[in-house]
Design a protein around this ligand. Structure first.
Ligand SMILES: CC(C)(COP(=O)(O)OP(=O)(O)OC[C@H]1O[C@@H](n2cnc3c(N)ncnc32)[C@H](O)[C@@H]1OP(=O)(O)O)[C@@H](O)C(=O)NCCC(=O)NCCS
Length: 211
């Protein structure tokens, strides 16, 4: 198996998206030089993965990737109800490419916790999906890490996912979500938040932002 090697499109390092940047237009030229802090030699064989804005990807290809990762029945999941009617956050959503093949996608959405005290804006992370043929090679981690570098001054993050993955690698925990309600079935242990030290309301109903 080739060792993955990641590059990040310069676009993603800007605070806001550039308009009209087509896929490939501003790719970082090969060789990409490091993976997990280790410098790779030019001669070392590597699986070159490029991260770019999700807007570069054909929406149909994204849907096919999500079907492959989660199954075609995924649309009925509670996570989809949480962001019904919302538009994906383009500055926090990204794609992973192996050459021109889409091998990963991460989407973020504006949502809110609605409580008696008012609405608390949050960001829903997910779906995070990696092509089944390319899973367990660091692509999920690379997309999550890149997304997290852009969230420092943003709202707290929420997701429904495996704590063994999102807790261990990215610090998502269920401490503050224990009494939240969702508009559909979910496993309590998989409702996770990453607040950056902020306190979130004890109770509330999670759902799309209003108005
Ligand atoms: C979950 C997913 C996004 C992870 O991305 P990935 O590129 O395959 O995983 P990475 O290479 O970044 O991370 C691999 C590490 O995370 C662990 N890991 C991956 N998925 C995991 C999961 N669902 N639960 C626990 N640990 C997991 C692996 O064991 C591995 O650990 P190691 O580094 O100690 O060996 C990807 O596998 C995927 O799309 N899966 C299908 C959708 C799914 O099942 N999602 C469930 C979580 S919401």
């Amino acid at each position: 198996m080739l060792e993955p090697c990641f590059t990040v499109q310069p676009w993603l390092n800007r605070p806001r998206p550039l308009e009209g940047t087509g896929k490939g237009a501003s790719r970082v030229p090969f060789p990409a030089t490091s993976y997990m802090g280790r410098t790779l030699s030019r001669l070392e064989p590597a699986l070159l993965i490029t991260l770019s804005p999700l807007a570069d990807a054909d929406p149909n290809a994204v849907e096919a990737l999500l079907d492959a990762a989660f199954g075609a029945d995924r649309r009925g999941r509670t996570a989809y109800k949480l962001r019904e009617g919302m538009k994906v956050l383009p500055e926090l959503s990204l794609a992973a490419w192996e050459e021109d093949r889409l091998v990963g996608a991460l989407q973020c959405w504006p949502i809110a916790l609605h409580s008696d005290a008012g609405d608390t804006d949050l960001i829903l992370v997910g779906p995070v999906a990696v092509d089944p043929e390319r899973q367990q090679q660091g692509i999920g981690r690379a997309m999550m890490r890149e997304m997290l570098t852009h969230t420092d001054d943003r709202e707290s993050l929420v997701l429904i996912g495996d704590p063994e993955y999102y807790g261990r690698h990215f610090g998502f925990i269920a401490d503050q979500t224990a009494n939240w309600e969702l508009p559909g079935p979910f496993e309590r242990r998989r409702l996770l938040a990453r607040t950056g030290g902020r306190d979130l309301p004890y109770r509330g109903m999670l759902g799309p932002r209003r108005g």
